[in-house]
Design a protein around this ligand. Structure first.
Ligand SMILES: NC(=O)C1=CN([C@@H]2O[C@H](COP(=O)(O)OP(=O)(O)OC[C@H]3O[C@@H](n4cnc5c(N)ncnc54)[C@H](OP(=O)(O)O)[C@@H]3O)[C@@H](O)[C@H]2O)C=CC1
Ligand SMILES: Nc1nc(=O)c2c([nH]1)NC[C@@H]1CN(c3ccc(C(=O)N[C@@H](CCC(=O)O)C(=O)O)cc3)C=[N+]21
Length: 296
């Protein structure tokens, strides 16, 4: 089987166009412009790239972008004070604190200090609890993007066997919750999983979120399965810097029914969903109807 390529880049452009339409409508009919604040502590080069491209796309869909770049040795007190200021700023509808934070800062404490209504990453314990109990919440962007692509490709996911490799709070766990919400039979695999190849071979849907370059080979993939590759790994090959996923693309594409590429798959969808979440947060804050098709 030769897999159909799921074009995350094109899908993300469609989502952003939908967001842009709604933003224009909000401005025209209600005089409101959604605002997204992104906080970056330190100078990690990869994080700087993401923050820059988030800012650019935020402006492209007609929203206001507020970037806060703090010194690598910023104190927890100062960071919490900035979050509090953004919580109280009516022009800010979404707040994202770029992770990972430098080691001296308590990530859980900082994330849980964000107003849950502005937590467009969906990482606040209150949003995690709402998602886990099937209530309206802010849904983490990367898993939401993966779910949108899966629903678009399959229609219903009901009854499918899904294996999520990775159990992080930002990808693996919320991804599993969303798949369960769509009535998949969900297995969460991790570094202690026994017989990972056999576990993956059972899956109709494989979501790989590990952070190990090309770890999943094609012979783990059931013929015709759908493969969603979340991994973003920078490697050097033939003297060149390359971006690869957690899946060995060539061998997996030879067996899968559909597969997301890296780059151009999950990454662009993550940013599109961040903008969608900011729009949703803005509508909720102003007690306006929520955009359709942009939430889980
Ligand atoms: N495209 C996008 O928008 C995004 C991409 N990413 C990328 O996704 C990847 C995962 O990110 P994240 O979830 O934050 O990573 P984490 O490092 O937080 O989690 C990795 C998970 O993989 C598991 N794992 C590690 N080694 C193995 C192994 N050999 N076999 C099975 N499982 C293993 C770990 O298990 P254990 O818990 O037992 O240690 C852990 O649960 C990274 O490449 C990251 O860059 C992340 C966010 C967004
Ligand atoms: N609070 C927080 N929220 C996040 O959502 C968050 C975070 N912290 N920290 C880092 C990870 C990673 N992440 C990516 C977003 C977009 C691409 C992306 O657009 N990737 C492009 C390629 C980009 C490139 O070339 O480097 C692609 O896959 O096509 C990748 C990774 C969001 N994260």
């Amino acid at each position: 089987m030769v897999a159909q390529v799921i074009d995350g880049k094109a899908f993300a452009a469609k989502v952003r166009a939908q967001v842009a339409d709604q933003v224009a409508k909000l401005k025209e009919e209600n005089g409101i412009t959604p605002g997204l604040a992104v906080v970056l502590v330190g100078e990690d080069p990869a994080s700087q790239v993401y923050v820059r491209s988030k800012g650019k796309m935020t402006v492209e869909v007609g929203m206001n972008s507020y970037e806060h770049k703090l010194d690598v040795d910023t104190s927890e007190e100062d960071l919490l004070a900035l979050v509090e200021k953004l919580n109280n700023d009516p022009a800010v509808h979404g707040i994202l604190v770029q992770l990972p934070l430098p080691k001296h800062l308590n990530e859980d404490l900082v994330i849980n200090s964000i107003d849950p209504a502005k937590d467009v990453d969906g990482f606040h314990i209150s949003n995690v609890g709402l998602l886990g109990t099937g209530q309206k919440s802010m849904v983490p962007c990367t898993p939401l993007g993966c779910l949108m692509m899966l629903r678009d490709h399959h229609g219903s996911l009901s009854g499918m066997d899904a294996v999520v490799i990775g159990r992080s709070n930002i990808v693996g766990k919320p991804m599993a919750q969303l798949l369960l919400g769509d009535s998949c039979t969900v297995t969460i695999a991790h570094s202690r999983t026994k017989d990972l190849p056999d576990v993956v071979r059972r899956a109709d849907i494989v979501v790989a979120a590990v952070g190990r370059p090309e770890m999943v080979p094609g012979d783990w993939i059931k013929e015709g399965a759908t493969v969603i590759d979340v991994g973003i790994n920078r490697i050097e090959r033939d003297g060149k810097n390359k971006l690869v996923g957690d899946v060995d693309y060539a061998s997996a594409a030879a067996r899968a029914g559909a597969i997301t590429p890296v780059p151009g798959g999950v990454g662009p969808m993550t940013i599109a969903c961040l903008l969608a979440n900011t729009l949703t947060a803005c509508c909720r804050a102003n007690k306006l109807p929520e955009p359709e098709g942009l939430t889980a």
